[in-house]
Design a protein around this ligand. Structure first.
Ligand SMILES: Cc1ncc(COP(=O)(O)O)c(C=O)c1O
Length: 379
């Protein structure tokens, strides 16, 4: 790859890495005889959807924009789940969805008449909360006590309301097949009486099957034996991260180096707050290509400073073999899933361009951002 051809800053996804993930996901889908769909919340770079559709034709939506994007660019209606629907947006969800999952019984009761009036074209589901999660960070834990997501077993009573055809459970995040195994036990324990009565079970996202070391064959055998137990169920997984996991990077440039009390900060033309928000939220320290992940005594060592005015818009430290100079490129690894969908234009800071490095070794710029994009986002 010729780094010099790429504008700075720019998110660059590599087609061969994307296809590698897609092949693996399709393999699991076929072997386990389940449906696997793409969760847009983690990845919605729609100009690459023709590549995705070669392997996986369906997607999820949580907002009306995602639902419309599914319909227009994935060319298939969305599997929709939104924490709550409103009178104004529900008809739009209806138009663009094949499945709609409700977060509460009150939402189902309020909107089901519209589903009937629409000819019962969408299949309705209910989000269940298994009150079990392996996610340590509360910000990413849908099953923490007091969570606003999903109904508890005691909310339902002995019968599912008429019209509910599926159950939806999302409680994992970057998790293993063994975490899913535990989740299935909790679902059976709390909601087992309903499993033979519904048509589908959506097991949400968080299945990081493309991460090195994930036990793919265990996932397949787990899903197969669950399906054997409940042959009535279409099992659906809706991972997001797994699709775009380690498929690309964010390239940036050093614009200055400042020093304060012995701490050196490399100022960049990107921002953690605007372009890599998960780093600050989670928090996690991203890998930088060619840098030592932890400071090494005696080597040039820097914080990386973002170009917004937020005082906390920095991370670090990393060490390098040579001192950093203005114009040096800093490549943050694994910056495609979530990062590209969560950017903001806080402070009027411009977005990185979005590009594909194709299998023909060509740089295809999908999109560059300008003043109009900033202006149009604001009103
Ligand atoms: C309901 C639902 N489905 C799917 C996902 C995708 O999860 P992941 O990207 O971790 O696979 C999420 C993530 O928050 C979610 O809330």
């Amino acid at each position: 790859m010729d780094i010099n051809k790429i504008p700075s800053p720019c998110y660059v996804m590599e087609e061969k890495l994307l296809r590698k993930n897609l092949s693996l996901i399709k393999y699991v889908k076929e072997q386990a005889q389940v449906n696997i769909i793409l969760a847009f919340k983690a990845f919605a770079m729609w100009k690459s959807f023709p590549i995705i559709r070669e392997y996986i034709p369906n997607s999820t939506a949580s907002s009306i924009f995602e639902a419309q994007l599914a319909f227009e660019e994935m060319k298939s209606p969305a599997h929709t789940y939104s924490p709550s629907y409103s009178d104004s947006n529900f008809p739009i969800f209806l138009k663009y969805s094949s499945h709609i999952t409700f977060n509460s019984l009150s939402q189902f009761e309020r909107f089901y008449p519209q589903v009937i009036a629409d000819g019962n074209k969408v299949s309705c589901g209910l989000r269940i909360n298994p009150e079990y999660s392996v996610v340590d960070t509360d910000l990413y834990n849908p099953s923490m006590p007091g969570s606003r997501f999903g109904v508890l077993t005691e909310n339902i009573g002995s019968e599912l309301p008429k019209g509910i055809e599926g159950l939806h459970c999302h409680n994992l995040c970057e998790s293993t097949s063994y975490d899913l195994e535990e989740t299935l036990k909790h679902i059976e324990n709390k909601f087992g009486q309903f499993l033979p009565l519904v048509k589908w079970l959506n097991l949400g996202g968080g299945h990081l099957m493309t991460k090195k070391g994930y036990d793919i064959e265990h996932l397949i055998s787990l899903l197969k034996s669950f399906k054997k137990k409940y042959p009535n169920l279409e099992i659906i997984l809706e991972p997001g991260s797994a699709f775009a996991w380690e498929t690309g990077f964010l390239i940036s440039t050093v614009t200055d180096v400042v020093e304060n009390n012995g701490i050196k900060t490399a100022m960049l033309d990107v921002s953690f707050a605007c372009h890599m928000p998960d780093c600050l939220e989670m928090p996690y320290k991203p890998r930088i290509r060619g840098a030592y992940h932890e400071p090494v005594a005696g080597k040039p060592t820097y914080r990386m400073g973002g170009n917004s005015c937020l005082s906390g818009d920095f991370m670090g430290e990393w060490s390098f073999d040579e001192p950093l100079l203005i114009g040096d490129k800093i490549i943050f690894e694994d910056m495609i899933h979530y990062t590209t969908v969560k950017t903001t234009m806080f402070n009027g800071v411009s977005h990185p361009a979005i590009a594909l490095w194709s299998n023909k070794d060509e740089l295809i710029i999908y999109k560059e951002f300008g003043y109009e994009d900033f202006k149009n986002r604001m009103s």
